[in-house]
Design a protein around this ligand. Structure first.
Ligand SMILES: Nc1ncnc2c1ncn2[C@@H]1O[C@H](COP(=O)(O)OP(=O)(O)OP(=O)(O)O)[C@@H](O)[C@H]1O
Length: 255
């Protein structure tokens, strides 16, 4: 963990869906150079919390977010925050790979085009190549950029979605169970990729897979019933948890 201020800080975040409280008073910070994993049993609120970090919950009419969430010290829920810009700065990769039904090239070029990041076709070609390279997909697709993104394998589609997030030059990448629809080989590739992306982007990943959390993250947050039970170094959480509930979860007593 670095001495620089956290990239994101979430303080006393509470989320309701209608009258149901899904997240209760959660505070977490994410450093620039780290991967933070969110673990916990199904329904404990991991995805809900992750989605507060780029205001994806705005799209759910019944969701109400309270608390303070900052990116580089700026309140992301401030009235003057441009949510489209925010979601470019804090990108997201979902559980099920969801490429657009367009070419591989267009999947990556779409974001930079709407954000005006390329001045020319060669600029755009450069962004597409760089993004696909960073996502570990360039070698596999460079000769078929005009093929549909949906024709790729599941693992390739997920790397395409990561390339799409990278293309708009994000600072933070949120991943919501990015490997849950993938086989072990595709999963290993995504985990390897997360290692490579670390340092360039702050990363928060929701995972059901505790081995995955242990492999990819530096810090882990354990959620239970909407509360943050424990947040600390991944090695401590898995080998020496302070809370009984964390210990019960990681030893498989529930979940
Ligand atoms: N759009 C929604 N409307 C109403 N309730 C919701 C909505 N999304 C989630 N919830 C509820 O909020 C709680 C937290 O759900 P969330 O999906 O954040 O948990 P999770 O820990 O990510 O679960 P999982 O691991 O199963 O994906 C659950 O009780 C869920 O039913």
């Amino acid at each position: 963990m670095s001495n620089t201020p956290p990239k994101m800080t979430a303080s006393h975040v509470t989320v309701h869906y209608g009258t149901k409280r899904a997240i209760d008073d959660v505070s977490i910070d994410i450093d620039q150079d780290e991967v933070v994993a969110f673990i916990g049993p199904s329904g404990c609120g991991k995805s809900t919390f992750l989605r507060t970090l780029n205001r994806m919950n705005d799209t759910v009419a019944s969701a109400r977010v309270e608390g303070d969430i900052r990116l580089d010290g700026h309140d992301i829920y401030a009235p003057d925050m441009d949510v489209v810009q925010l979601r470019a700065r804090v990108g997201m990769v979902f559980q099920k790979p969801n490429p657009f039904p367009k070419s591989i090239y267009e999947n990556v070029a779409y974001g930079p085009r709407i954000h005006g990041l390329a001045q020319s076709k060669s600029d755009m070609d450069g962004i597409v190549e760089r993004s696909l390279t960073r996502a570990g997909l360039w070698a596999e697709v460079k000769d078929r950029l005009s093929d549909s993104g949906t024709a790729l394998s599941g693992g390739q589609q997920q790397r395409l979605c990561i390339a799409r997030a990278i293309a708009v030059d994000p600072e933070v990448i949120l991943m919501d169970e990015p490997c849950s629809a993938l086989d072990p080989i595709a999963t290993a590739k995504i985990e390897e990729l997360i290692h490579e992306l670390r340092g360039r982007y702050a990363i928060a990943i929701v995972t059901h897979n505790m081995q995955q959390a242990a492999r990819v993250s530096q810090r882990t947050a354990f959620f239970h019933l909407g509360t943050l039970v424990e947040f600390g170094r991944t090695s401590d959480i898995f080998t020496n948890p302070r809370q009984e509930r964390t210990k019960d979860y990681i030893t498989g007593r529930y979940g």
